[in-house]
Design a protein around this ligand. Structure first.
Ligand code: AMP
Length: 127
């Protein structure tokens, strides 16, 4: 179900991963950022990158996060592309925010996709 509120919910699944309450397949971690494998991959490479802070969207993050958190988050995306071996073959990053984007987890996350040709940028739903 897509989110209908942009208020941070401490019970969201990524908050539980950050608190160690449920496991994840970790790809990368630093002081501000965690990256782990998506549980339902949409491409051969599908890794999620999240800030450790409580931010629901990119707007929330860029308004409230420190420069160090923002720098770490952007760098982590590059690190993940390198770690997952797609920096030369190519990859796509995507962040859903809000109802129209079909965001499901109300904790900011960037998807990193790769490992095959990813096709057109957007599949537009039929009206
Ligand atoms: P979004 O629709 O952009 O909010 O994406 C949420 C993503 O989180 C989906 O791709 C899910 O497959 C993924 N996801 C949900 N639960 C977990 C989990 N426990 N571990 C890893 N990925 C998850």
């Amino acid at each position: 179900m897509p989110v209908t509120s942009m208020i941070y919910d401490d019970n969201n699944i990524f908050a539980k991963i950050l608190r160690g309450e449920i496991p994840c397949r970790k790809v990368y971690e630093d002081d501000h950022t965690l990256a782990f494998e998506d549980i339902n991959p949409q491409a051969p490479i599908h890794t999620l990158v999240i800030p450790k802070g409580k931010y629901v969207s990119m707007v929330d993050f860029t308004a409230k996060a420190s420069d160090a958190e923002i720098a770490a988050f952007v760098r982590a995306i590059g690190e993940v592309a390198k770690i997952k071996g797609v920096k030369d073959s190519g990859y796509r990053i995507l962040a859903n925010s809000g109802e129209h984007s079909m965001q499901e987890v109300p904790h900011l996350h960037v998807h990193v996709f790769g490992g095959k040709s990813l096709g057109a940028m957007l599949v537009v739903p039929r009206a």
